[in-house]
Write a protein that binds this ligand. Structure first.
Ligand code: NI
Length: 257
């Protein structure tokens, strides 16, 4: 049974250079139904499309991650528009704000984020949001533009999650819910309405316990799902099925798989 929908992975990452084809080819037999490979700059967005064109169960998201503010000096919006014409592109992202790594580029980050939010609305595509230690500014911009989409690797409070859900956005949960010190993700995983939850890896990063620290791939979602199912007192297969269907809806893949 292929029940796993990985809503966020980076198989273009150099961590997969040695065995990328093997890993991607074998995903279905490991229970993976679908993966969205997420770009972080123009180059990795192109790679995401390349990977998605090779496998019918992989789709692409294109966008400029907040740590790549150097792209501001380029015609990045025109380039993204061109890339978005590819039929395997299902979302704009990951885009957003990162004040952990980018305290000195806050203004550039905001400018780049807003331009890409406008682009997503113009193209009528869902967004994949990256938010690290920038909760207030991220919320303010999401409230201003009201895009559809998902906040990936959600680290905010339950209150913030519920505000986003009210706006019709999905909450992406990954390996962090299995970490010992994960208070917010656990509280969110346990309490948000299930119909707004999607699962993700952020592979090769954020590997769930018991493989934390090792390279992550989409099959590791089973450990994240197991933990969330325990928290909610439900069957893990049921959880995988519901979150898979949520992701199909989020990325508008009904009838395309
Ligand atoms: Ni990511």
């Amino acid at each position: 049974m292929r029940l796993i929908f990985d809503s966020h992975a980076h198989y273009d990452d150099e961590a997969f250079n040695e065995d990328r084809i093997d890993i991607l080819k074998n995903l279905p037999e490991k229970g993976i139904f679908c993966v969205v490979n997420v770009g972080t700059c123009i180059e990795t967005s192109k790679k995401a499309i390349e990977i998605a064109s090779t496998y019918d169960y992989i789709w692409a998201s294109i966008g400029i991650h907040p740590t790549y503010t150097n792209e501001l000096k380029t015609e990045f919006i025109d380039k993204l528009k061109e890339l978005a014409k590819d039929e395997k592109v299902v979302a704009i992202g990951e885009i957003g704000l990162d004040y952990h790594y980018g305290k000195e580029t806050v203004n550039e980050q905001k400018e780049m984020f807003e331009k890409q939010l406008e682009l997503a609305i113009e193209l009528d595509k869902p967004v994949i949001i990256h938010n690290r230690e920038a909760h207030l500014d991220t919320m303010a911009l999401l409230k201003k533009y009201k895009p559809k989409g998902v906040v990936h690797c959600f680290s905010g409070s339950l209150e913030m999650a519920n505000e986003l859900i009210k706006q019709g956005m999905y909450i992406g949960l990954g390996g962090a819910v299995t970490f010992k010190n994960a208070k917010n993700p656990v509280n969110v995983a346990q309490n948000i309405p299930l119909e707004y939850m999607v699962l993700e890896t952020d592979a090769p990063y954020m590997t769930p316990v018991p493989f934390r620290g090792k390279r992550c791939d989409s099959s590791h979602i089973q450990f994240t799902a197991q933990k969330i199912a325990e928290l909610r007192g439900m069957d893990v297969e049921k959880l995988l099925e519901i979150t898979k269907n949520n992701a199909i809806k989020l990325f508008r893949l009904e009838g395309k798989m």
